[in-house]
Design a protein around this ligand. Sequence first.
Ligand code: MG
Length: 271
Amino acid sequence: MKLLRYALDGSEHIGVLNGGEIIRLGVTAMTELMAEDVAFVDTGIIDNLAEARIQPPLQPGKILAIGRNYAEHARELDNEVPQEPLVFAVMPSAVIGSGEMIEWERAITRQVDWEGELAVIIGQTARKVPEAAALKHVFGYTIANDVSARDLQTRDKQWTRAKGMDTFCPLGPCVVTADDIPDPQALRIVTAVDGMEKQNGRTADMIFSVRRLIAHLSRAFTLHPGDIILTGTPSGVGKAQQPPQFLATGSRVSITIEPIGTLTNHCRERI
Ligand code: MG
């Protein structure tokens, strides 16, 4: 099932995407669907996708992100392949939806880069879960762009500004529930910038699988419904292009993971 959060006629809704139509549900937040005893209440209202403004699928609690989780990407930026997951946090205030603008100030960064990633949405509280039971805690999956200011990433040492600025965490366009993605390691991630393919990776190539990441993270943090995990990006980021290529005003980044769809955002550099 594909779930969408959208605005229409001045209010926000959650619905099931069905081709060009949205079957409106009787809840207002994705997290309401995560409680075990909640049925998906169909309001009987059908909305037209073309008239809806797509919102980020949820406002996440924690955003836990993994660096260098694909060996080829670690190598393309001259980094070692990590021996255990490299964990950092992204600000929840960085989240925007598909179709919204990625923005930054030229005075702060001149090296804004893309990172197409599979995002895991936690649906049930997880604390010290074994790998074998980890996927039971997943509500669904969406697409993330872990937008990265490379100059700040190098200069700050910490990645909080580089990856956490406002608009630097596009999410969406929808959530595919976990029952429709039984194996999160069997997906392809394709990132195109202005229509040119830059990344084409397979989640099978993650160094640490989704199961392993949930087990690892849940030893350190209680994972709550609505928390998300960004699972790392395959090779083909802008900094590794010959010559390096960064996003600019008007750039269009589209990240496709089937069966989720395509997350598309345009960019604007403010002077
Ligand atoms: Mg990343």
